[in-house]
Structure formats: structure tokens, C-alpha cells
Design a protein around this ligand. Structure first.
Ligand code: GDD
Ligand code: MN
Length: 364
């Protein structure tokens, strides 16, 4: 194999807390890709377990290995995009860093794309593959309905549109790069949705292995985010997903507020105190949900969590004052009660969102 020319295949490995899997992963690639000029880019989101160090230790002695370390950001899709954009190899493979995907399928996938397919997808759901490693039943069910929806939206008869294991021509990837949403973890689906024409897909079945070390990072909230991606795409993109999530959480908070206030009233607490208790509990619940859902990729933890909570309550408190003030002013200027109240609430939500985004979560 000559290394004077650049690599033919770049393997992009998104990883978060996968330190114990790094060396076995590189060894597995080395065995599977004999005869192919390859490189591997581990895209690590500043894992606290020292994943980046584990990669660099090996990269020191092996020029085929690279580490892209991102700070202050999280996200499987965006990690893959940045890794893919960092190479000049003609073909790009994406594979999980936990050895759950079958790297021995890569040469077959490469051949399929070299012979003209736009993209080769490692698929768990065609005959020959299976989903034995999938953690639990509810996840399997959720993924089944997700697949049905994704297939329709992607206009492609693909069996495993949620796969995180695929190989694509770099030119194709770059042509689609500007249209990618980049949020969440469904990078393959993101690519399929981004393409103006249906892509020519070849599926390669493989057996999904159980995880040997570390733990899965994909939980129920990641799936909520996925729903957001689909809605965004259906509506033609450009939807402020964060604002929508924030507004939804806010609506949920109003329900919490109401229920807690009613319960407190029933327990014989006077109205003012009951309303105050309801408001505080709703704010804490909203903060927690926004931190886990709306801002999950830049989630606050430790001391920053408590500081964020206090700031959030101050911001929303001011939002409530603005809300009531504006509604009152409009009402006194002869606006209908409902319109005045709606305007007050709308301004309150926008205020809460804008200020907490910059002050509490410091979203860029
Ligand atoms: N850089 C980075 N940033 N990597 C991440 C992040 C992140 O925020 N979150 C997860 N990863 C990495 C993991 O370290 C792993 O290498 C890979 O992305 C997949 O994450 P897992 O947490 O192992 O996912 P899974 O095994 O539960 O999910 C599998 O099934 C999904 C479909 O249901 C994977 O095969 C996914 O690729 C697939 O989409
Ligand atoms: Mn996994």
C-alpha cells in the first residue's frame, strides 16, 4: 500500500466516552481494510473519559489515525459532518465507535459505491442482518414507526433509514452538506432528506453487535429531537426548532402551574401562596426540561446548573412582569381582553426565550 497518495477511504467515527473502544476499533479497521488506502478520523466531543487522548496515543505512531476534538458542542450528526468535511479522500464511511457496527462489511460497501451507487448503507433490517443488539422492546417499537415515517419522507425504499453505518462518495456528501440540518443523531436520514433527487442506495446487511464497553448515549429525548427534524423537513426547513421546543415546554409549564395551584388550594392554602408555589414549581420543571430537551447539546451541569436555575427564574420572573404589564396596557387602550392577554403572553415567551438563550444557556 502506498501512502504517498492520499487515502481512498476516510472512516469517520463519532465518539463520546468511548476510550476503551478506541484501540480495538483501530485494530478492527486495520484488519478489515487490508489493501485499501484508508484513514480514520475520530470526532470526539471533549469526552471526560479521555477518548481524545486514547486516539492521540495511537495517532502518534500511526499517520492513518486522526483526532478531531470539539469543545463546547455535542451531537452525533454535527460530529459526523465535521469529520467528513475534514478529509480529501474520495469515499467517506461513517461507523459507530463502540464496535456495534460490522467493519468487515466496509470493503463490500466501498465496492458498491465505486461501482456507481451514491451511498451504501449497512442495514440491520434486510434478510441476513438482524437487530439482536438493540437494547429493549420499546426502542424496537419506536424505531419501527420511525422507519415507516422516514421511508415516506426520504422517498426511498430503504430498510434501515436510521442506520448510523454507511459509506458515501465525498463529492455527493459535499454537494449535500449545505442543506444538512445537522441536529440530532440521524445523519443518514438527514442526507436522504437533503437530496433533491432520491439517492441511489445499496443496502448491505450486517449483524448489529451488542455493546462491549461503555454505554449508549441515545435516549428518549434524542427521539423527540428526531421528531423535530422530521417536522422541520416536512415544513420545508428553517423552523426555529429551539424556539418551538422552548414554547412547548412553556405550555407544559402552564399546565403544571395550574395543577399545583389547584392542589395547593385544595389543601387549604390561600390563593396567593398557592399561586406562588405553583409558579415556582412550574419554573423549576421548565428549567429542567429545557436543559434536557431544548438545550440538551449544551446541557448545564454541576455548579453551572444551579447558577442557570437561579438566572432562569429571574429571567422568567421579569418575563411574567412584562407579560402582565403589556396585557394591562393594551387592555386599558381598549384592546379586547383575549387579544391583550395573547399579546402579553407572546411577548413574555419571546422575552424568556431570547434572554435565557443568551444569558442562561449561552447558546451560539
Ligand atoms: N462526537 C459525538 N458526539 N459522538 C457521539 C455523540 C455526541 O454527542 N453521541 C453519541 N456519539 C457516538 C457514540 O460514542 C457512538 O460511537 C456512536 O455515536 C453511536 O452512539 P450510541 O450511543 O452507541 O448509539 P446506539 O448504539 O444506542 O444507537 C445505534 O442505533 C441507532 C439507530 O437506532 C447506533 O447504531 C446509531 O448510529 C443508530 O442511529
Ligand atoms: Mn452503540
Amino acid at each position: 500500500m502506498t501512502t504517498a497518495a492520499g487515502p481512498t477511504l476516510c472512516v469517520v467515527v463519532p465518539c463520546y466516552n468511548e476510550a476503551p473502544n478506541v484501540a480495538p476499533m483501530i485494530a478492527a479497521l486495520d484488519a478489515a481494510l487490508a489493501g485499501i488506502a484508508w484513514e480514520v478520523v475520530f470526532v470526539d466531543d471533549d469526552s471526560p473519559d479521555g477518548t481524545a487522548d486514547a486516539v492521540r496515543r495511537i495517532a502518534h505512531a500511526d499517520p492513518r489515525v486522526r483526532c478531531l476534538r470539539r469543545i463546547g458542542r455535542r451531537g452525533l450528526s454535527s460530529a459526523v459532518i465535521e469529520g467528513a468535511l475534514s478529509t480529501s479522500a474520495d469515499f467517506i464511511a461513517v461507523i459507530d465507535g463502540d464496535l456495534q457496527h460490522d467493519e468487515t462489511r466496509l470493503p463490500l460497501m466501498l465496492a458498491a459505491v465505486q461501482q456507481g451507487a451514491d451511498i451504501a448503507v449497512g442495514s440491520r433490517h434486510v434478510s441476513g442482518g438482524d437487530a439482536a443488539g438493540l437494547a429493549s422492546l420499546w426502542r424496537e417499537r419506536l424505531s419501527a414507526s420511525g422507519i415507516r415515517l422516514a421511508r415516506i419522507l426520504a422517498r426511498a425504499p430503504i430498510n434501515d433509514p436510521m442506520s448510523g453505518f454507511f459509506l458515501i462518495r465525498r463529492a455527493k456528501f459535499e454537494a449535500l452538506a449545505h442543506r444538512l440540518n445537522g441536529q440530532g443523531f440521524k445523519i443518514l436520514l438527514d442526507l436522504l432528506l437533503a437530496s433533491p433527487q432520491p439517492l441511489h442506495i445499496v443496502e448491505v446487511p450486517y449483524r448489529f453487535r451488542p455493546r462491549a464497553a461503555g454505554e449508549s448515549k441515545l435516549d428518549i429525548l434524542v427521539l423527540v429531537q428526531f421528531a423535530g427534524l422530521l417536522i422541520d423537513n416536512t415544513l420545508g426547513g428553517g423552523l426555529p426548532l429551539r424556539f418551538l421546543a422552548f414554547a412547548l415546554v412553556g405550555a407544559f409549564g402552564m399546565v403544571v402551574n395550574l395543577i399545583v395551584t389547584l392542589l395547593a388550594r385544595r389543601a387549604g392554602i390561600d390563593f396567593g401562596t398557592a399561586q406562588a408555589i405553583g409558579t415556582i414549581i412550574a419554573m423549576v420543571a421548565n428549567f429542567e426540561m429545557n436543559n434536557r430537551l431544548t438545550y440538551r447539546t449544551i446541557r448545564l451541569r454541576g455548579a453551572r446548573y444551579w447558577r442557570g436555575l437561579v438566572l432562569f427564574m429571574l429571567v422568567c420572573g421579569l418575563g411574567a412582569i412584562a407579560n402582565v404589564g403589556i396585557a394591562r396596557a393594551l387592555y386599558h387602550a381598549n384592546t379586547a381582553g383575549i387579544a391583550a392577554s395573547a399579546a402579553g403572553s407572546a411577548i413574555g415567551v419571546v422575552w424568556n426565550y431570547a434572554v435565557s438563550a443568551t444569558l442562561v444557556w449561552r447558546a451560539r
